[in-house]
Design a protein around this ligand. Structure first.
Ligand SMILES: NC(=O)c1ccc[n+]([C@@H]2O[C@H](COP(=O)([O-])OP(=O)(O)OC[C@H]3O[C@@H](n4cnc5c(N)ncnc54)[C@H](O)[C@@H]3O)[C@@H](O)[C@H]2O)c1
Length: 339
């Protein structure tokens, strides 16, 4: 198997989660350089990945066959198109871009280049989420009819700089982070028929909403909700997904055991999945220390490069989420039900 030569573009918050995993995959991938105009940041991530630090990714494109693009959303389109045109495969952080038009330009560039484009939606790749999906759609608990997802995050301190501005973020929390839940819900329940959202600003540090609720109807008949806040008081509840099936209520909970803002990629976690039916006690289906673990997602990307298969979260899958979110925003703006 070919060992891939990788560049990391953007060395901020999420880059630390990559830096934690990539050295473990050294039989499959070598990180050649880490690029960030903030050279303190690129130096730190380069040190952790045993790579070189460079200020400008364009200096290094000839040395690598793949890149991870981990930059603010307004830079997704220009940087990804640059890298594809230089012949690199791209693992691009979510969401694909700020608008459907930008997403289309990125998808067209990946088609022109013949290189792989994968959008990083980590949750569906988590081992626990695979167990959850198998339980929910596997038939042992009857048919699924309702999904509910909650992300409860005390990220008020995170909503500064580019995240505070609609122009650079693309919207609010519903645009930037609720898609983590939407991606999993579409993966489980199939094609959506309708989505509506309402939003509010609780911490008041950003132009967009920091708190959003949405309701969904799927063509399969399943109904769903997402609830998301970046304005929570310090909480240990992070990600909870509930599935109502005809014979059981199945719950996945991923909780940080430390303060995730302070500990970042080193945070310790507890993930549990239980099934509660009419008879008997709650059945424990899964318990692990899995948290925001990017390893299965990065392995899927490498597998796709080696096999030529299309990633599960390809450009078209990610574009669909941008379209859903934009439509829901448009409707909320008309009604005056977002900030
Ligand atoms: N998967 C997840 O759970 C998750 C969590 C957080 C963020 N993200 C995504 O990761 C991406 C980055 O978010 P973040 O929170 O790490 O932001 P951040 O602000 O912490 O880091 C972004 C970095 O990009 C750098 N940068 C800016 N312009 C650049 C350029 N031209 N070349 C190289 N680097 C450049 C900045 O200096 C900064 O260090 C976004 O797409 C975001 O949505 C994903």
């Amino acid at each position: 198997m070919k060992k891939h030569r990788l560049g990391l573009i953007g060395c901020g918050w999420i880059a630390h989660f990559y830096a934690r995993i990539l050295p473990r995959l050294s039989d499959r991938v070598e990180v050649v350089w880490c690029a960030d105009p903030d050279t303190l940041r690129s130096g730190e991530i380069a040190h952790r990945t045993n790579a070189r630090s460079i200020p400008d990714y364009r200096q290094g494109l000839g040395e690598v066959d793949a890149v991870c693009v981990l930059v603010p959303h307004h830079l997704h389109r220009p940087i990804t198109i640059d890298c594809l045109a230089a012949g690199c495969h791209v693992l691009l952080e979510k969401p694909i871009a700020r608008t459907v038009e930008e997403a289309d330009a990125i998808i067209a560039a990946s088609e022109r280049s013949g290189r792989t484009l994968m959008v990083a939606y980590p949750h569906r790749y988590r081992k626990s989420m695979r167990v959850f999906k198998d339980a929910v759609v596997g038939g042992n608990y009857g048919e699924l009819f309702m999904l509910d997802a909650l992300m409860d995050e005390s990220f008020a301190d995170y909503t500064l700089g580019w995240i505070a501005q609609r122009e650079t973020l693309g919207g609010g929390v519903f645009f930037s982070a609720s898609p983590h839940m939407l991606d999993v819900m579409l993966w489980i329940a199939g094609e959506p028929q309708a989505v509506s959202m309402v939003g509010t600003r609780a911490a008041a540090q950003m132009e967009g909403e920091d708190t959003a609720v949405s309701i969904l109807k799927f063509k399969s008949g399943v109904v769903g909700t997402t609830r998301h806040t970046w304005a929570s008081p310090r909480t240990r509840i992070w990600y909870t997904m509930n599935a109502m099936c005809q014979q059981a209520h199945i719950t996945l909970t991923t909780q940080p055991l430390d303060d995730i803002v302070a500990t970042g990629a080193d945070c310790r976690w507890l993930t549990r999945i239980t099934a509660l039916s009419q008879t008997g006690d709650a059945e424990l289906l899964h318990e692990s220390d899995e948290g925001l673990d990017l390893e299965p997602e990065i392995i899927h990307f490498l597998d796709c490069l080696d096999s030529g298969q299309t990633p599960e979260t390809d450009g078209a899958t990610a574009r669909k989420i941008v379209e859903l979110v934009q439509n829901a925003y448009r409707e909320a703006d008309e009604r005056g039900t977002n900030v």
